[in-house]
Design a protein around this ligand. Structure first.
Ligand SMILES: Cc1cc2nc3c(=O)[nH]c(=O)nc-3n(C[C@H](O)[C@H](O)[C@H](O)COP(=O)(O)O)c2cc1C
Length: 314
């Protein structure tokens, strides 16, 4: 029997549902799972008002996370494996998981431990995962596997359905577009990772230094999004500094710059993003070798191959 720590925070229950699918086979195989649900001292709103949604941008990008309530983990608890689940806010890991990774207790729990990360978001997790990898490394943890769940609908459709979901709480089909979020089938399919991890733990796989979730289509990457994310994150860093120089989160004196940023964000989403996707599509024959290299690199460590699907898909 191994001890597994699973860290979770979810506003709609989407990430919690995916996490539950991974945990169930681990527990059924006799491993002891501690599920730690992060609770921010001041809860984040759901659904988000437009002002709150835009106001959390600068702190998200600058990884300036407000504190969490104390964790329920005993100070002397020791774990064989840590699973960090998170969602993406503005191309960055959401603030609750950042608060955990920046806290002395979170860093202590990760020190010297194999870590699996699991993300569920709209579709842009590459920059956030790079940040996660850095923060895990700084805490002395060892990233062993990464699993990504995204909304499979067309990127242009999710530009409408995700903000609608986040700002109104409505997730259902709208204007003929598919429902927002990770599909039910994909959520159910997350159990394959729990089965594979249970198997790996039974054979001390967490001690080998190698990934445990290869061949399970863990983290498919669209390399074209990597190019958009890089440009977007560069601009986000500049905007987040400007906004923070105008005041703190929640302060009225930030409102004028937040209004300007909102116009910028909407303009970006409805002009630059589709145009850059179109441009990349037109240039794809030229970009092909570069994109293939980028994909192989970004899909590490767990990859997107499928050779183990038959073994672990129930
Ligand atoms: C403030 C905010 C910013 C977000 N930014 C992104 C983003 O940059 N990329 C992305 O793929 N999803 C983004 N999302 C969607 C979330 O990652 C996530 O899918 C959604 O909030 C539901 O997560 P949960 O119910 O598990 O908490 C954002 C959501 C919020 C609330």
């Amino acid at each position: 029997m191994k001890n597994v720590l699973v860290v979770n925070y979810s506003q709609t229950g989407q990430l919690a549902d995916v996490t539950a699918q991974v945990i169930a086979p681990l527990a059924a195989a006799g491993h002891k799972v501690h599920l730690e649900t992060l609770v921010p001292e001041t809860p984040f709103p759901w659904p988000w008002s437009l002002v709150d949604f835009v106001d959390v941008f600068a702190e998200s990008v600058q990884l300036d996370a407000p504190p969490l309530k104390p964790l329920s983990i005993a100070p002397d608890a020791e774990f064989d494996l840590v699973i960090l689940t998170y969602q993406v806010w503005y191309l960055s890991p959401a603030l609750p998981i950042v608060a955990f990774l920046n806290s002395p207790q979170g860093r202590h729990l990760l020190k010297g431990k194999p870590v699996v990360t699991l993300v569920a978001c709209r579709n842009m997790w590459l920059t956030a995962q790079k940040t996660m990898q850095r923060l895990i490394g700084e805490a002395g943890g060892e990233l062993r596997d990464h699993i990504a769940f995204t909304d499979n609908a067309h990127a242009l459709a999710t530009l409408i359905t995700t903000p609608r979901w986040v700002l109104t709480g409505k997730r259902d089909s709208f204007l003929g577009l598919p429902p927002a979020g990770v599909s039910r089938d994909d959520v159910r399919g997350a159990s394959r990772f729990g089965h594979a991890l249970a198997d790996a733990l039974d054979h001390d796989g967490e001690k080998t230094g190698k990934p445990m979730l290869t061949g399970l289509r863990a983290a498919p990457v669209n390399p074209r999004l990597a190019i958009s994310e890089k440009a977007g994150h560069r601009a986000f860093r500049v905007w987040s500094k400007i906004i923070r120089s105008c005041g703190k989160r929640g302060q009225w004196r930030r409102r004028p710059i937040l209004a300007i940023f909102t116009i910028y964000l909407i303009a970006m989403v409805f002009t630059v993003v589709p145009l850059s996707l179109l441009l990349q599509w037109l240039l794809s024959p030229l970009l092909k070798p570069r994109l293939a290299r980028l994909r192989a690199e970004l899909e590490q460590p767990s990859g997107a191959q499928e050779f183990n699907l038959n073994k672990y898909e129930q």
